[in-house]
Ligand binder design. Sequence first.
Ligand SMILES: [Ca+2]
Length: 201
Amino acid sequence: MHGRFDDLADNYANIQANLSKFRLDLESINMSVDHINQKLEPHEVNVTEPINSSCPNGFMNISRCCYYFSHDHNTGGIRFNWKKAQNYCKDMGKMLRMTVNLAEVGTGSTCPNGQKLMGAITSRGKYTWLGATDITTERTWVWEQTRETLEVSSSLWAENYPDGHQAANCLAAGMWGYYRRAYLDDKPCTDTNFFVCQIFD
Ligand SMILES: [Ca+2]
């Protein structure tokens, strides 16, 4: 009888030891699962926003098009006259081996949602050069890159604009109204403003 009791006691001790080992293994597995989940989290965020990574460094994706806001770069942003701003965009294009010019609103078939671009300009709250002029023919506004016409009747213009005649031949977006929203304004090309570049290919 005594021997059998010892066997039972040994078995019980073995079971306890195995149970402890099992608990340790389970804890180790749980830690591994937590570790894997932590590694997965940032990856999942990337998967939900793959579009943002499709723009070159420094450019922002809005409605599947890439824009460079000069407001957002260097301390206080970068401001130039209209021609210098356009050249800055074109030079970036040479570096990137892409077609870059001052941004257009609602032209072309690839990024027709101009309201989102105007919204992004509104959120920065500053006068901003865009890519159209009436330099060639007064009151015939032409977007520089696509050569599409910007109608003077467009609702994108601020009320009673364009009004600058020969003295104002370059296109800017300015802040208007109670809500300080961005609308188009004709300004002297020698003014110094922030600007937005756009990738066109
Ligand atoms: Ca003009």
